[in-house]
Design a protein around this ligand. Structure first.
Ligand code: FPP
Length: 246
């Protein structure tokens, strides 16, 4: 039986998040510039989006650019921004045809004007799509997101819109960038690193973590199926005992 059919036999994760890592090392292994790795990384993005949509995964969130990534050499940042614009231009039709809604999280107002404009054109034109939500984390940092949330809620408390006693998890969820997304079920990181790197810290509280040594540009649909099969083998207890679940 092929891997895709095995995946479809069991419950799918509702929300997959991916730390796409290893583009630079992939290029270096081939004696090429880092930009070559990023370019090839976009092919893995396409494969992964397609695979998730085909399977029926409802939410896919990709860590495309962190707040810390601004500290990379200027040329590399420019390359990544250019790749984003060209990918958005190229893939808008595919997103429409496949009924995929594009969304973005992060401090989006820090993005170059051209990227911001292209991004919001695609977000607006796919807003009615319902099959899957593809969220790009861009200029994203989880601590910054939590900080903003705390500030916004504090202002509402100060203005008597929310009372401090009523602050609960749902109020926090509503103020995070991911307000419309469910918690992450499966977090994948490629390239052998086993870190979270300031990604969705609140939202991964009960996520299953999956680390693979595959470098992002080598990541294919088959690798995604393998990750989901591993997820499907895990027992998610949410703090309960095994006996309570059965
Ligand atoms: C990590 O590899 C990857 C990134 C910082 C950027 C990810 C971007 C893409 C895959 C391309 C554009 C994205 C979209 C959504 C179209 P790294 O550079 O940190 O690799 P290294 O750890 O081997 O140096």
């Amino acid at each position: 039986m092929d891997l895709k059919n095995s995946v479809l036999k069991k419950v799918l994760p509702k929300h997959i998040a991916i730390i796409m890592d290893g583009n630079g090392r992939w290029a270096k292994q081939k004696g090429m510039l880092r930009a070559f790795g990023h370019e090839n990384g976009t092919k893995s993005v396409k494969q992964t989006v397609e695979a998730c949509a085909e399977l029926g995964v409802e939410n896919l969130t990709l860590y495309a650019f962190s707040t810390e990534n601004w500290n990379r050499p200027k040329l590399e940042v420019q390359t990544l921004m250019k790749l984003l614009v060209s990918s958005l231009k190229k893939e808008i039709k595919t997103l429409q045809e496949n009924n995929i809604k594009l969304s973005a999280i992060g401090s989006l107002n820090t993005l170059p004007k051209k990227v911001y404009k292209e991004l919001f054109e695609v977000i607006e034109s796919t807003a009615q799509n319902t099959r899957m939500t593809l969220t790009l984390a861009l200029s994203y940092g989880s601590r910054e997101e939590i900080l903003n949330t705390v500030k916004e809620i504090s202002i509402k408390v100060k203005n008597n819109i929310i009372s401090a006693e009523n602050i609960d998890e749902s109020i926090i969820n509503e103020h995070l960038y991911t307000q419309n997304l469910p918690d992450v079920d499966l977090l994948i990181r490629t390239s052998g690193e086993q870190r979270i790197s300031n990604f969705l810290l609140w939202q991964i509280a009960y996520a299953e973590l999956y680390f693979t040594s595959v470098l992002w540009p080598d990541f294919t649909k088959q690798h995604l199926y393998e990750a989901i099969i591993e997820y499907q083998k895990r027992e998610r207890r949410f703090g309960k005992t095994s006996e309570q679940l059965s």
